[in-house]
Design a binder for this molecule. Structure first.
Ligand SMILES: NC(=O)c1ccc[n+]([C@@H]2O[C@H](COP(=O)([O-])OP(=O)(O)OC[C@H]3O[C@@H](n4cnc5c(N)ncnc54)[C@H](OP(=O)(O)O)[C@@H]3O)[C@@H](O)[C@H]2O)c1
Length: 183
């Protein structure tokens, strides 16, 4: 699959590496922007508060299936939107999924150590299902569908619970997934 990744950090760079190992062709785009006309799917993995600016710098994104992996840490989604994912869809008018925002990039290289295949939540449009579920499996996760795109704000806010559970010392399972200093 031809994939464009916007944001070359822990998530964008890490997933790009995993997908390349799985045989996909990945174009990595940073804050300088670029063109995604050739891509079959676009991953957005920039700091949550920069999503509008990041999309402004990318050409050819309208009509593209997008997977939005951003989280909103200390910031709100763009005005009039309840989630970044719904904002993305307003810019693309195309199939959109919220995914990869609840897994820790620091563990991408350790997925093979898990006793069973780790899950990766996604919510979003049915038209995005095939692509997001294939890319989830190709990254080493099992996809778990979490409902339509209207659930994206809940999935974005879910991160607060994960951090709360981990910092509260109540989550031995989470500690096994990621040491607290890597959250
Ligand atoms: N880290 C995790 O475990 C994790 C897990 C799930 C979701 N997330 C979410 O995923 C997103 C990315 O996280 P990350 O850990 O990968 O962050 P990161 O390592 O800081 O990488 C962010 C990337 O976005 C780029 N960027 C910043 N502003 C941009 C813009 N306006 N246009 C294009 N690119 C821009 C940065 O470019 P420069 O290199 O030039 O600064 C950097 O390459 C965040 O929303 C985060 O909350 C993180």
């Amino acid at each position: 699959m031809k994939i464009a990744v916007i944001g070359r950090g822990n998530v964008g760079g890490g997933l790009a590496d995993l997908w390349e190992r799985a045989g996909h062709e990945v174009r990595r785009i940073g804050r300088e922007g670029g063109d995604v006309s050739d891509a079959e799917v676009v991953l957005v993995a920039v700091p949550g508060g920069t999503i509008a600016e990041a999309l402004d710098n990318v050409g050819g994104i309208e009509g593209k299936t997008v997977i939005d992996a951003t989280n909103l840490v200390g910031v709100e989604p763009p005005e009039d939107f309840s989630s970044n994912a719904e904002y993305v869809k307003s810019r693309t008018n195309a199939p959109t999924a919220k995914s990869f925002n609840i897994n820790f990039a620091s563990l991408y290289d350790r997925l093979g150590e898990a006793g069973s295949t780790p899950s990766n939540l996604w919510c979003g449009d049915e038209e995005a299902r095939q692509v997001v579920e294939q890319l989830t499996r190709d990254a080493g996760y099992e996809p778990v569908y979490a409902g339509p795109l209207e659930n994206a704000s809940v999935q974005e806010n879910f991160l607060k619970l994960i951090i709360g559970i981990s910092q509260g010392g109540l989550g031995p399972f989470l500690y096994r997934m990621a040491p607290p200093d890597q959250l």
